[in-house]
Write a protein that binds this ligand. Structure first.
Ligand code: HGY
Ligand code: MN
Ligand code: MN
Length: 393
């Protein structure tokens, strides 16, 4: 079961080359860079003796014969992505599959949600139908149905989840804990839930010089007031682990001499408690409607996307903890995940577990994302040990 750290690191760097942008990557789902990376990965899977299969969403599987343990993550990236987010889990899975019998590999599609929220594994695990996914639209108005046409004749039919005995995903932490505490490995206890929607405030576009302030129906002013009111009203229901983000804003017509007539913005929130997610949704909706009325703008709520919190499987977690203690004695911890992962969806179909390696400075979803090579290799070794213990072969 001797993994080859050099080959693993070389494959990671090779994958980094698809959509490379400085130290990071730009490899959104279905982009040329994403599909070129998937074709390269399919070749590496075949060389490793795995049976290659793309499904209709563009999820890419490398399948071992018979029942197998599934390892993997995703290779699509955020619009400004780090080189390791998702890539680490796929390349580590590939290296382990070369050395441990009974291991299959997957790279899920659109985990980064160009169209939805962990869309590829959501469809594969039955959380979303392909027809519903096809109707999702990205920020440029492209539908997923149109985007996934690039898969072409690669698509080889569904991959049956019944052949897998469990799923393990290694991923960068994407947060500050392991790096700050000088730890090498995190074994994940649970993954937070998420809610995500687009809200539109529609006011009155007008001349920025001749329109008196008291006559304006300024969509940006409404958004600004909404954000302040939301922060104030959430204080009573959140905990230090709760997060919420307005990360995407488009003002129309976005010109310095025109009062913005329309503000279209994302509102996303995450927490480990499904009831708190629901309470936050009620506060968000009520506050948006109230502020919109006060500012004389229309308020439209887009579809709500989301996933509930999920606990990792105890048996798989124990195998990861044993492997972590063997590889990094006293240098690991059990911890929750504040980031969303494909493991959330896969847990619908089979036992799942995750392990983390440190993110330097806790930075992720940024070109500067990085992890020390020794920590990458330690993550590979923990995954390999656990896979050898868990593989059905
Ligand atoms: O947003 C997330 O948590 C994941 O990195 N897509
Ligand atoms: Mn990821
Ligand atoms: Mn990510």
């Amino acid at each position: 079961m001797d993994v080859d750290a050099g080959r693993f690191l070389a494959d990671l760097q090779a994958l980094r080359g698809f959509g490379a942008q400085g130290r990071g990557v730009v490899r959104p789902a279905y982009s040329d860079a994403d599909m070129a990376a998937r074709d390269w990965l399919a070749g590496r899977m075949a060389e490793a003796g795995l049976r290659v299969r793309f499904d209709a969403m563009g999820n890419l599987f490398g399948l071992a014969e018979g029942p197998s343990l599934l390892l993997g993550s995703h290779t699509d990236s955020q619009p400004e992505g780090g080189w390791l987010d998702g890539a680490l889990g796929v390349i580590a899975a590939l290296e382990v599959a070369r050395c441990v019998p009974g291991v299959s590999v997957v790279s899920f599609q659109d985990e980064e949600g160009r169209f939805g929220v962990t869309t590829g594994s959501n469809v594969w695990s039955g959380g979303l139908s392909l027809a519903e996914a096809d109707g999702l639209v990205d920020h440029d108005g492209v539908t997923l149905a149109d985007a996934r046409r690039v898969i072409g004749d690669r698509a080889g039919g569904d991959v049956d989840a019944e052949q897998f005995t469990g799923f393990v995903e290694v991923h960068i932490e994407q947060g500050p804990k392991l790096d700050a505490e000088g730890l090498q490995i995190g074994v994940v206890t649970d993954i937070v839930g998420i809610r995500d929607m687009v809200v539109t405030f529609a006011g009155q576009q007008n001349h920025a010089g001749t329109t008196p302030m008291h006559l304006r129906r300024d969509a940006f002013q409404a958004l600004s007031a909404f954000n302040a009111a939301l922060n104030d009203r959430l204080r009573n229901v959140v905990t230090p682990r709760t997060v919420w983000t307005i990360g995407h804003v488009s003002l129309s017509p976005n010109a310095s001499s025109i009062v913005p007539g329309r503000a279209r913005f994302s509102v996303q929130w995450r927490d480990a408690d499904v009831d708190r997610l629901a309470r936050m949704e009620a506060i968000m909706r009520d506050t948006a409607a109230e502020i919109a009325a006060a500012h004389g703008v229309g308020c439209d709520f887009g579809p709500m996307l989301g996933l509930d919190p999920v606990a990792m499987n105890g048996t798989l977690r124990a195998a990861l903890e044993d492997a972590a203690e063997a590889v990094a004695p006293g240098c690991w911890c059990a911890m929750p995940s504040g980031a969303l992962h494909d493991a959330t969806n896969v847990a619908r179909k089979m036992p799942g577990a995750m392990l983390f390696v440190p993110s330097i400075g806790g930075i992720s979803h940024d070109f500067a994302e990085d992890t020390a090579e020794a920590d990458l290799v330690a993550g590979l070794q923990v995954l390999a040990r656990a896979a050898a213990a868990l593989s059905p072969s």
